[in-house]
Design a protein around this ligand. Structure first.
Ligand SMILES: *Cc1c(COP(=O)(O)O)cnc(C)c1O
Length: 381
């Protein structure tokens, strides 16, 4: 079975993990610091905070921005549920901005309209979480401009997008956001098994997120509220969590990071091949804008209708091609329906969902594999 996504682990990754297993620190050791520094360098952000997974990063990002009860957070309905759940963990309300059908990304026009209405109702969001679906950045300069105008903060959910660029700058540099979050789940671009990183340029946000990752505890002398009792002294300043990444994971991440650019290049080459072959069949892929380089986490095609998508899904699965669907609009989940969201709320998101199919794309696939997959698509049309 050719799965839609798959990790690429080589001997250097295995050696890096084994080296940590033989060292003094399995967690809270030097690999974490090295990994954080490497991510900050790669993304050209000032700070990077590693955590157990991207969901934890989204949670601490919301907390660091002060999201709490009576606040509202907006995100895209076409994403993994974690993009919305993070707001609910903080006791805030969540709402959804419809997407553009051609890119699957949060629609700027819909965002602008919704902000206008929210302003009248005095229900503006505290935080907006744009999602860089499939590895393509949202138009961050435009969203940032709206943030200035309407006074909201921005968390980029870049779970799909490490190694991508926007306006020739690495995604994660936070030029147009407060915090940017990456996931290192095995299906994503690089992996740490489970893991995530939040980047920021703000020393205050970095300190807060660092605290929330580890119980709300600090040892930094300048943050202590009372005189130190001695070298063992620490203080709990907030209600944090144990969201720490281990050194085992960080070592894997560091080793994977060496191959990031290569992985993204392979993904782009295979995507270009798909594009050529699928165009001959009149099958459309999501549009990638000129303003950046997609890391191509996912290769999504939009079929003519729900019937064709279902037929294609079955035919390809039957042929051993592990296609998938990304995503069911978050607010159609029973948990969110129980909160009062109705079907039809974001028409473009629902239209997208009815036609979208994710074809396999990862660095282990060959050009021959792509040709095989596309000929199966052709047969199923
Ligand atoms: C994978 C993913 C997450 C969650 O990442 P984890 O590291 O698994 O917690 C969040 N948002 C999006 C868009 C994702 O694809």
């Amino acid at each position: 079975m050719k799965s839609y996504g798959k990790q690429a682990i080589d001997q250097s990754d295995i050696d890096a993990v084994v080296a940590v297993l033989k060292s003094d620190f399995l967690t809270q050791g030097p690999a974490i610091t090295a990994f954080q520094t490497a991510i900050a360098t790669k993304t050209t952000s000032r700070y990077a905070i590693a955590a157990a997974n991207a969901t934890a990063c989204l949670h601490i990002a919301c907390l660091a921005l002060g999201v709490s009860e009576n606040d509202i957070v907006w995100t895209s309905p076409i994403s993994f549920v974690a993009s919305a759940n993070c707001a609910l963990y903080c006791g805030a309300d969540i709402d959804f901005v419809d997407i553009d059908l051609d890119t699957g990304l949060m629609s700027l026009a819909a965002l602008e309209r919704k902000l206008e209405v929210a302003k009248q109702l005095q229900k503006l969001p505290k935080v907006v979480i744009p999602v860089h679906l499939c590895g393509q950045s949202c138009d961050m300069a435009a969203i940032y401009q709206l943030a200035q105008e309407y006074g909201f903060k921005i968390i980029e959910d870049a779970s799909h997008a490490i190694g991508g660029t926007y306006q020739n700058m690495p995604i994660g540099n936070c030029k147009y956001s407060d915090i940017c979050v990456f996931s290192f789940h095995p299906v994503k671009i690089i992996t740490t098994g489970e893991g995530g990183v939040a980047t920021t340029n703000s020393p205050q946000l970095a300190k807060k997120m660092q605290q929330f990752v580890s119980h709300g505890i600090t040892r930094e002398p300048e943050l202590l509220q009372n005189p130190s009792h001695g070298p063992w002294y620490y203080e709990q300043l907030a209600l944090g969590f144990n969201y720490r990444m281990t050194d085992i994971q960080a070592a894997l991440g560091l080793s994977q990071l060496d191959k990031l650019d290569q992985f993204v290049a392979i993904r782009n080459n295979l995507a270009a091949l798909y594009q050529n072959k699928l165009a001959e069949l009149n099958v459309t892929m999501l549009t990638v804008k000129q303003y950046g380089l997609s890391s191509y986490h996912l290769l999504v095609v939009l079929l003519d209708n729900a019937e064709q998508r279902l037929r294609m899904y079955h035919a390809l699965q039957q042929a051993g091609i592990g296609v998938n669907v990304h995503y069911i609009p978050i607010y159609l989940q029973p948990y969110y329906q129980a909160k009062g969201f109705l079907a039809g709320y974001c028409p473009n998101a629902e239209n997208y969902y009815s036609k979208a199919l994710t074809l396999p794309l990862h660095p282990q696939l060959s050009e021959q594999d792509i040709e095989t997959i596309v000929s199966n698509v052709k047969n199923a049309l």
